[in-house]
Ligand binder design. Structure first.
Ligand SMILES: CCCCCCCCCCC/C=C/C(=O)SCCNC(=O)CCNC(=O)[C@H](O)C(C)(C)COP(=O)(O)OP(=O)(O)OC[C@H]1O[C@@H](n2cnc3c(N)ncnc32)[C@H](O)[C@@H]1OP(=O)(O)O
Ligand SMILES: Cc1cc2nc3c(=O)[nH]c(=O)nc-3n(C[C@H](O)[C@H](O)[C@H](O)COP(=O)(O)OP(=O)(O)OC[C@H]3O[C@@H](n4cnc5c(N)ncnc54)[C@H](O)[C@@H]3O)c2cc1C
Length: 675
């Protein structure tokens, strides 16, 4: 038996796909260890996949696209119950990475009745509840004795938290908070699993004590009777209806009618209200935004995974789809041979790797900040907020674009739900909106950049933090790309730094200039905001390139290093071409240098071509996790598309009731009128 570098090869696979795998130059298990940050975790993912493969009760009973929303929720609840019962046989206790993988395999990306419980409810209690409160609620939440969500957004306000309408008014006499929804627009609207599943929520409400508004605070709120699951008195609650995707999750609405909770249900790790109504403020005004920062930090990896789902599907399919000829004397080619197809897919493969490496760094910083904040040190909160605000926006934007490119790369079959592309797109694109609409979050980063630009302009560059230190550095007069005998990544990084620095300083100049001309600060900010957001994007894209460079430098295995270096080359050349306007406008890069960049791009498309399938196989998604007929590991697409279509509910009978009821009489009357 031959041992191939690509571990996805099996006998009986589509030979076109096997041929791709045979050309792979690196070990896909070793690459998986890079993607998932450790050999141990990559191995555990495979073990978990194998365990699930052997347990048919954990498999989908039919393809998701053939189920109604109600059926999907029922099926998801069935599997959720099973994995809860057998969790310790499948994953290590309390291992969130393993849990994430288990969920993706068994439950999938459309959500499940306890999605927000893990994503936000437990993180909110972990970071914001006092030890006493954690004893009361966190253990029960972890044991799944209660189901919770995070209820912040309202019908009328999601972005502007200061203007939420839900109030929590302290009643000193009874030592209770009175939660109230004064208007329709004050209804909580959107929280995941609020509609039908949760019996508790961490609710964000404006806190009033003795007539004074203390702004948004977080409260632990019982919503439903723990035994009957009926809404408690004073609570109006339900599902908000079907969405573009993510429909297994029951996003909900919630209203309070003078609903009373004890004072001790205010989450009091960092903030306190004494029985007499005295307010003890937290060490940082935004410390209670931690559940949002938790999701923003982790969603970078989640988005990279969804982008990679789409790229795995499209790249495998492009290796078995033959259409047209390049050399007319030769047979039809795999569509992956077309340069346009490679240009559509490979730069996004590079981006997916770049995003997952940046995501790993972000989670590390998040965990550090979480530990520091627990000891009262809030010094890194602003840096984390700036970084995650930029990354969630840039990564979710390009992820959605990449998935759509991957769908189109699959031609007509990409439009069928058999590809699963529409669901992947629908779930991923939600990330552009949830956890802060992308424009809004880019503007949050811009505040940080403008402050940094001020330091540069006032000669205080030494005070710049490591994420923005480049803003204080001097640029070369022109880029050295193609001007040094061995152009390397350093020349590209310096070019990206120059572009981001110039845009940041220019946008800040515009903002300060408008204020000097007499505009009020918020007006000047609004008039500069497109330019400011451009700076935020360029800064974030620079960070992503640097994270990619850092990772490639760390890799020891020469085969992995070579292919990752190829991907990095592709990435930097593609990114630079994509932002070439910025590079050209002050002459930092010349058009002849861009010709070099273009040539490099085409060179690396061709160089990556033999490794394309191995690069997507390295993510090691099982067929169960991908849920795509086009993306099957074995490449047997056509016979399975036919089987899938035959299994469609519409094909259960030859003649539909709608035909009997309407079409037949219609045709009959048309025929009769002709007589
Ligand atoms: C593989 C499969 C995976 C599938 C996965 C699918 C999962 C789907 C799950 C979806 C879950 C979604 C949940 C949600 O969406 S929850 C709701 C999220 N809502 C938001 O994000 C709202 C966005 N708005 C905000 O965050 C704030 O309003 C905003 C930050 C925009 C402003 O806040 P605020 O009005 O309070 O701010 P101020 O103007 O008073 O002050 C701004 C200053 O505050 C600093 N700041 C803000 N936030 C933080 C923070 N978290 N940490 C540190 N500092 C912060 C900010 O930098 C400003 O500082 P300066 O004044 O110094 O500039
Ligand atoms: C799939 C999904 C899951 C969700 N889950 C939850 C959940 O579990 N819990 C929860 O509480 N919420 C949840 N949400 C709500 C989500 O967090 C909000 O929808 C999001 O924060 C955006 O707020 P908004 O809807 O008020 O948008 P808006 O603020 O109304 O945005 C509309 C437009 O106005 C622009 N805009 C708004 N303010 C500004 C500004 N200051 N400057 C410039 N432009 C601005 C935006 O850029 C956007 O273009 C979820 C949403 C989705 C889609």
């Amino acid at each position: 038996m031959v041992h191939h570098q690509n571990k996805a090869i099996r006998e009986g696979d589509n030979p076109d796909l096997t041929a791709e795998r045979v050309t792979g130059t690196f070990d896909t298990h070793s690459m998986a260890a890079q993607i998932y940050n450790s050999e141990a975790h990559a191995r555990r993912r495979r073990e978990i996949t194998e365990i699930i493969a052997k347990r048919p009760e954990l498999h989908d009973t039919k393809p998701f696209p053939f189920m109604t929303r109600e059926e999907k929720i029922l099926e998801s609840s069935r599997k959720l119950t099973l994995i809860t019962k057998h969790m310790n046989e499948i994953i290590e206790p309390n291992n969130s990475n393993e849990m994430f993988h288990l969920n993706n395999e068994v439950l999938g990306i459309e959500g499940h009745p306890m999605a927000l419980h893990g994503i936000m409810f437990i993180p909110a209690l972990t970071a914001q509840a006092s030890e006493e409160q954690q004893k009361k609620w966190l253990t029960r939440a972890i044991n799944r004795e209660i189901v919770g969500t995070y209820a912040q957004t309202e019908l009328g306000h999601g972005t502007n938290l200061q203007n939420l309408e839900t109030t929590a008014t302290y009643d000193v006499a009874t030592q209770e908070f009175v939660l109230h929804t004064p208007t329709i627009t004050g209804l909580k609207w959107w929280p995941g699993n609020l509609g039908k599943s949760s019996n508790y929520a961490v609710v964000v409400a404006l806190m009033f004590i003795k007539g004074k508004n203390y702004g948004p605070h977080t409260f632990m709120v019982p919503l439903r009777d723990e035994k009957t699951h009926q809404p408690l008195k004073g609570i109006t609650i339900g599902d908000i209806g079907p969405k573009i995707a993510y429909n297994v999750t029951d996003n909900g609405f919630l209203g309070f009618d003078h609903y009373r909770i004890p004072r001790t249900n205010l989450l009091m790790r960092h903030t306190r209200v004494e029985p007499d109504g005295t307010y003890v403020k937290p060490p940082h005004a935004k410390i209670n935004y931690s559940a949002m920062v938790h999701v923003r930090s982790h969603m970078i990896t989640g988005q990279a995974i969804m982008l990679s789902y789409a790229l795995t599907i499209a790249t495998r399919y492009s290796s078995v789809r033959r259409q047209g000829q390049i050399d007319t004397t030769q047979p039809e080619v795999k569509v992956l041979e077309y340069q346009t197809q490679q240009h559509r897919l490979f730069p996004y493969i590079a981006r997916a790797y770049a995003f997952v490496f940046a995501g790993a760094e972000t989670v590390k910083l998040y965990e550090r900040v979480l530990e520091e904040v627990a000891t009262g040190n809030v010094s890194l909160m602003a840096d984390l907020h700036a970084l995650t605000s930029g990354l969630k926006s840039v990564v979710s934007h390009y992820t959605a674009q990449g998935i759509e490119q991957a769908r189109m790369a699959c031609g007509g079959h990409g439009y069928s739900q058999a590809s699963y592309m529409s669901e992947i797109f629908g779930v991923a694109v939600g990330g552009c909106t949830y956890e802060g609409e992308n424009m809004v979050m880019l503007l949050q980063l811009a505040r940080y950049l403008v402050k940094s630009a001020s330091l540069v302009k006032t000669g205080q560059s030494s005070k710049l933090g490591p994420l923005v230190a480049y803003l204080g550095a001097k640029s070369d007069s022109t880029s050295l790309i193609d001007r040094t005998p061995t152009t390397g990544f350093a020349e590209y990084v310096k070019t990206f730094q120059h572009i981001a620095r110039r845009q940041t300083l220019k946008a800040a100049d515009k903002f300060f200039g408008l204020m000097e001309k007499g505009e009020k600060r918020p007006i000047a900010w609004n008039k500069s905001s497109v330019e400011l957001n451009r700076a935020s994007r360029l800064h974030t894209r620079l960070y992503i390139v640097e994270a990619f460079v850092r990772r490639v430098e760390e890799v020891a295995d020469p085969r992995l290093k070579e292919v990752l270096t190829d991907l990095l080359h592709l990435h930097v050349n593609y990114e630079l071409l994509d932002m070439s306007t910025y590079a050209l406008e002050d002459g930092f890069v010349s058009s002849s240098q861009l010709d070099y960049v273009r040539d490099q791009l085409y060179f690396y498309l061709a160089k990556i071509r033999p490794n394309a399938v191995s690069l997507v196989d390295s993510w090691e998604f099982s067929d169960q996790e991908l849920r795509s007929v086009l993306g099957r590991r074995d490449g047997h697409v056509y016979e399975n598309l036919f089987a899938w279509a035959k299994a469609s509910p519409l094909n259960k009978t030859d003649v539909l009731p709608s035909v009997d009821k309407y079409l037949k009489p219609l045709m009959e009357s048309a025929r009769a009128s002709k007589l």
